[in-house]
Design a protein around this ligand. Sequence first.
Ligand code: S6P
Ligand code: ZN
Length: 231
Amino acid sequence: MRSTPFTFDISLPGGVPTVYDGTDVLIRIVRPLSAMGGQYADQEAYEALLAQGDTILYEVYEMRRPQVADGYIEVADEYIEVADEYIEVTDEYIEVADEHVGLGELLHGTSIVHPGKVGDEYFMTKGHFHSVLDTAEVYYVLQGRGMMVMETPEEEWAVEELRPGRVLYVPPRWAHRSVNTGQEDLVTLFVYPGHAGHDYGTIETRGFRKLVVERDGQPTVVDNPRWRSQE
Ligand code: S6P
Ligand code: ZN
């Protein structure tokens, strides 16, 4: 893995990082509608939209700093673009050689959530806790409008508005989901610890406490009727 400083640019609009010279890995993850089964409140609207095609809801470009070291990365339930094809990676982890890999490294990249709705609920990311719960994340909004929906295992919740120029600090223990409430791509730059990992299962099972839906043309935070307490 390259250990000298490097730079890259993020092209806007769009949010795609420019390819830069070097051996670091720039990975593109795409999440199609089919990867979001059970996440949207309006199941009928979800099925109807899916019947029209497996549209891409969001994309992530990530500089996987620890990946190219001899450690593990979590790739469960991700669709990775390989030679113009999307492949679903089902293994929980790629080979582990050193469990401490990533400590001190910072994963970073751009998250691009496309505009749209499933029923009255905006396109959004799956959302996750970090597997190492005590790891934080910083987001910087580059383009678009949205909301970050967050909650802790202790069932606190918070929703923060996202708009260009805004920095959001997601403290340790807070699950986070980006929601695009605007008409264009919601592009954020994110940075988080290399050993954080992702726990998607908890959210897949419980959902988030809050949903962001359109009401009278406005993004509105409402209770998730299907949210399940951990108790
Ligand atoms: C990773 C960070 C973001 C998200 C991205 C997609 O810790 O929070 O890069 O991965 O916004 O969301 P998700 O929930 O599918 O990983
Ligand atoms: Zn995260």
